[in-house]
Write a protein that binds this ligand. Sequence first.
Ligand SMILES: Cc1cc2nc3c(=O)[nH]c(=O)nc-3n(C[C@H](O)[C@H](O)[C@H](O)COP(=O)(O)O)c2cc1C
Length: 182
Amino acid sequence: MTILHIDSSITGENSVSRIVSQAIIDRLAEAQPGIPVIRRDLASAPLPHLTLDALGDTSVLDEFLAADTVVIGAPMYNFTLPSQLKAWIDRIVVAGKTFRYTAEGPEGLAKGKRVIVALARGGFYSDEARIALEHLESYLRSVFAFIGIEAEFVMADGVSIGPEQRQAAIDQALGQTRQLAA
Ligand SMILES: Cc1cc2nc3c(=O)[nH]c(=O)nc-3n(C[C@H](O)[C@H](O)[C@H](O)COP(=O)(O)O)c2cc1C
């Protein structure tokens, strides 16, 4: 059993998604003491954009496939995911490895893995006027579903509205981590 811990926020210690993703890791480690945690920080060690030459390097895919649980810190930048995280997604969504096309349509091949996303967004995206701008949660939900995984989400929303809302969002998200099934 292995956990893969991914972060992608560029804001270091001030990062809400990092605080929440670490809390999720702590919760999982509490439930399974001694479980190995593999760390991949996409801000301090960014992956280059995917290129034709890079297609043959399966090290990031292999690391993903070897993990039973994957915890991802995902901040919203310009209504979607950081390009650092997109570069990682580009390496794990691979035909013949994590999905395949069949006569009945696409089939996810990464079934059985648990993915938990710590999402941090500056605003709120639940009302109809703003939902069309939301391309982070919707994208990650869809891309993991495509490879056969129903991702779980812990949300910290409205963190740019002011310090009180930021703290309330963090507290709420940390409370949610305690509700996660072991
Ligand atoms: C470059 C940049 C772009 C951002 N774009 C958005 C945005 O489009 N929508 C939004 O609601 N918040 C936006 N924010 C606010 C972040 O989503 C918010 O600060 C969140 O906490 C980021 O996660 P982090 O704290 O883990 O870095 C942006 C922040 C940065 C630094």
